[in-house]
Design a binder for this molecule. Structure first.
Ligand SMILES: [Mg+2]
Length: 382
């Protein structure tokens, strides 16, 4: 079998789909994207594709190592997202060629169903509580919310109270019937993280995500010492070589590698395995499309330490298209009581609605994250 062609489709809401064709008529799909820089990742995929045209797609380990080590400069969001999407598509091809779902090629299921959670957007705690109640009626009991809006490097008690009161209101409205994680989104500085983690403790969030930016990963262990809240991070870490520093220093209870950012299935399996050795849980980041989600699930279903899977159905970022719009086998993505079953079709288990992908790609997509500023005019972390 030989790789014959690469096709890229930039589509709403903010995704990039890759189809890799072969001379045997099998096509594999991947999602090589970093949100807000999809055109840069597309250029990287095109540059890497020249090596792969004419090669046997089934030698995934060698292709991964060559794409990574074959470049003198490597790593980072653009190149690792490009490799991630290519890697996903190669696994999809291999599974389809062998007539097996990817998790079977990886040793088979370690669990019957995977726990997922739902995002709840907004800043109004009353509205957030209502959203959660609506989702609870559909069987959800685990959620994620942004922990705060913009916050100064050192902010006063009014800003702190606003964060705490919001979480307190949600707990008051819903009691102990729900679990929710709080995503600090890298918006919180090290000094403010210390304050907020301590003050949030009584409301028992399931975890706090990106308590500080990945650039300050050396602070995680000290932050963890000052609070009983489980800390989560990893969506802005791109390889096992970055994660190893986090494992060595400690402090993180849940790692959240993104299957479309951190080198794909091949790399994230290794990251998951390293985490297991440190008794760290896995909750792959995935506010992305169906192929990225399928890649996450392939890893979750063979990883003992996978505890939660993010998914983007109904997420506030999905403007102009939804995850299932691009999928023909929608029923396979059904979520029952917050759990999703293994995607049992060969390869990644996604039947991509190619006609719809092509139609949406005509319109294209150029999503950028918002630019926030503080009141003094300095740029703020979004
Ligand atoms: Mg996050």
């Amino acid at each position: 079998m030989k790789i014959t062609n690469f096709r890229l489709y930039s589509v709403k809401p903010r995704w990039l789909f890759l189809a890799i064709d072969t001379d045997e008529g099998i096509t594999g799909w991947g999602e090589p994207v970093i949100e807000g820089r999809s055109h840069s990742v597309a250029a990287a995929v095109e540059e890497l594709s020249t090596y792969l045209i004419g090669k046997d797609p089934r030698r995934i380990n060698d292709h991964w190592q060559t794409l990574y080590r074959g470049g003198f400069y490597r790593g980072g969001p653009i190149l690792m997202s490009a490799i991630a999407g290519i890697d996903q598509a190669l696994w999809d091809i291999k599974g389809k060629a062998m007539g097996q779902p990817v998790y079977e090629l990886l040793g088979g299921l370690v669990r019957d169903k995977m726990k997922t959670y739902s995002w709840v957007g907004g800043d109004d705690p009353a509205e957030e509580s209502e959203q959660m109640k609506r989702l609870m009626a559909q069987g959800w009991d685990t959620f994620k919310l942004n922990g705060c809006g913009r916050l100064k490097m050192v902010d006063g008690h009014r800003a702190v109270d606003k964060v705490i009161e919001r979480v307190a209101t949600i707990r008051e409205n819903l009691g102990s019937s729900v679990d929710f994680g709080l995503d600090f989104h890298g918006r919180v500085s090290v000094p403010m993280a210390k304050v907020l983690l301590k003050e949030l403790e009584p409301y028992r969030p399931l975890f706090v995500e990106e308590p500080v930016l990945a650039e300050h990963a050396e602070q995680y262990s000290e932050l963890a010492c000052g609070s009983s809240i489980v800390l989560a991070a990893g969506e802005r870490m791109f390889s096992r070589f970055e994660f190893k520093r986090v494992f060595e220093r400690g402090g993180i209870g849940i790692i959240q590698p993104d299957l479309s950012h951190a080198g794909g299935i091949t790399e994230c399996l290794k990251i998951a395995s390293m985490a297991e050795a440190y008794d760290v849980a896995l909750a792959p980041h995935c506010p992305l499309g169906p192929i990225a989600l399928a890649a996450c699930l392939a890893v979750d279903f063979v990883s003992y330490n996978a505890v939660l899977q993010e998914q983007s159905m109904g997420i506030h970022y999905n403007q102009g298209a939804e995850l299932l719009d691009y999928v023909l086998n929608k029923d396979d993505f059904a979520i029952d009581g917050g759990y999703i079953k293994p995607l049992a079709k060969p390869g990644l288990g996604v039947e991509v609605n190619e006609d719809y992908v092509k139609e949406m790609a005509k319109e294209g997509c150029d999503w950028k994250n918002p630019l926030w500023r503080h009141e003094d005019g300095t740029i703020a972390e979004w």
